[in-house]
Ligand binder design. Structure first.
Ligand code: FPP
Length: 228
């Protein structure tokens, strides 16, 4: 079975290259992350305007705890600020906010902010903005398999139903910025039939025009799902 060109519904992005963006300008890495948040804002607004049903962003992995303490705390600070400053926009624009990963293990003040943001947007029915926080795909799959087993049936479908991404459209396109070509423990299950794009642009330089170009490229690809 092959499927002709179609419009992407769900795009995920590994936002890589903030550190290199800053280094090139002799700026602290935290400034690169700050500019990364600005890219999050413009690209996620554009994704909604372009009609995507879901955008999933890799903001903090289970491995990111290994970074120096000041960088981790800068990232957490940016995250807090982002939730606080953009929540009203999500409420107003009918954005369905979803967090994947073990976010309940983050600091209590962040957990409280997220809980409040989820509650305030719970009735929204529009495009989903999915943020992966303290996320690792192997951990997600193991948790889902354990839940499926506890309910008595381990199958592709029963595991899938327990993944953090349950309820979202299937992943169509996975983009990684900054020229690195690996998945880094992101959406391993969901990427089974996703198209992949690895672009050289560093994340802070990634604009709505880059997303538009990626969606055009996607629409021209023929998807085979293992068939011919
Ligand atoms: C990779 O750049 C990026 C990250 C580890 C974090 C991504 C986070 C953001 C864009 C900001 C926070 C997000 C939200 C949703 C508020 P890197 O530091 O690995 O770059 P490098 O490989 O060039 O060093």
């Amino acid at each position: 079975m092959s499927e002709a060109a179609s419009k992407a519904r769900h795009v995920a992005i590994i936002m890589d290259g903030n550190g290199r963006w800053a280094k090139k300008r002799h700026l602290p890495r935290a400034v690169g992350h700050q500019r990364g948040v600005e890219a999050v804002r413009s690209v996620s607004r554009a994704a909604r305007a372009m009609g995507l049903e879901a955008l999933t962003l890799y903001a903090f992995s289970t491995e990111n705890w290994r970074r120096p303490e000041d960088e981790v705390s800068a990232l957490m600070g940016l995250l807090k600020h982002f939730i606080q400053s953009d929540l009203e926009e999500f409420v107003r624009d009918n954005v369905r906010l979803k967090i994947i990963g073990e976010w309940r293990m983050l600091a209590p003040d962040i957990v409280a902010l997220i809980d409040n943001a989820l509650e305030r947007t719970a009735a929204n029915t529009g495009p989903a903005l999915v943020v992966a926080l303290n996320y690792g795909s192997q951990d997600e799959i193991a948790r889902a398999a354990a839940k499926a087993a506890a309910k008595g049936a381990v199958s592709v479908e029963s595991i899938e139903a327990e993944l953090d991404t349950a309820g979202l459209p299937p992943l169509d396109l996975l983009i990684r910025t900054s020229g690195e070509v690996r998945l880094s423990n992101f959406l391993l299950w969901q990427a089974a039939y996703a198209e992949m794009m690895f672009v050289d642009t560093l994340w802070p330089d990634f604009t709505p025009a880059h997303l538009e170009e990626a969606l055009k490229d996607f629409a021209g690809r023929e998807r085979r799902y293992g068939g011919r």
